[in-house]
Design a protein around this ligand. Sequence first.
Ligand SMILES: [Zn+2]
Length: 266
Amino acid sequence: MRTSIIRDLAILLVIFGCIWGIISFFPLFPEKVELLSIEKEQKLGETYLEILMKSADFREVESEEVQSAVESIGLRLENALEDSEYTYNYVVVEDEMINAFTLPGANILVTTGLIGFSGSAEELAAVIAHEMAHVEMRHVVTRLAKELGISVLTSGDQFVVGELTRIMASTGFDRGQEQDADEFACALLEDAQIEPRTLAVFFRKLKEEQDNTLLEKFEIVSTHPNFTSRIRYVLEYVPGEDFEAVPLEMEWEGVQDQLQNQEESE
Ligand SMILES: [Zn+2]
């Protein structure tokens, strides 16, 4: 009797051992993104941003007015974010492509093309809110860790940056992540006292301009355009009764003019 219990226990132990071994060998969550602390991600982001600016030959916009306009939009949103562990960094790069994308460590890059395309500061705020959502929900690092593996991603190697840029440009977030980011953005915009449905206005514009080649690299467009349903669910987002929009204090056309002046002086 006693020996049979011991034998059964031994068998159970072996079974559990095997299951444990299989799980460790084939991790259910191969990206193990939780292993990358936010602090580490921010450090990594600094390195990648520096290498990317050099390797892609990106030039930061010279106009302080443009840079500070983007920063103040970002700040309005940041103040509405609760308990964010990230320190945001906004980089405006000279590029006619209409684009905004996010590198690890809450580095949000916005092109001058996007600033020219946005009809108001609020429209740009809607795009930045969407990018912030990908940061806060850790979509950026999850996607990269899935493609590269956490050890390659955290190597900080300059050769990884090329791969990183390729991944950011070619493989998008999945449909669920996009929808989550849109919903997060609506709530964030509401908390920041910016009309959330501005995001739908922006999507409508993108839908009309879908064939514009300058939009090819835009993360919001390239992944899953599907604008009709995105417009619909953003419009279904109704802010609370006490919601009151407070305009972003800046003269948007003046900011856009700065870009033109800069082009002309070159
Ligand atoms: Zn997105």
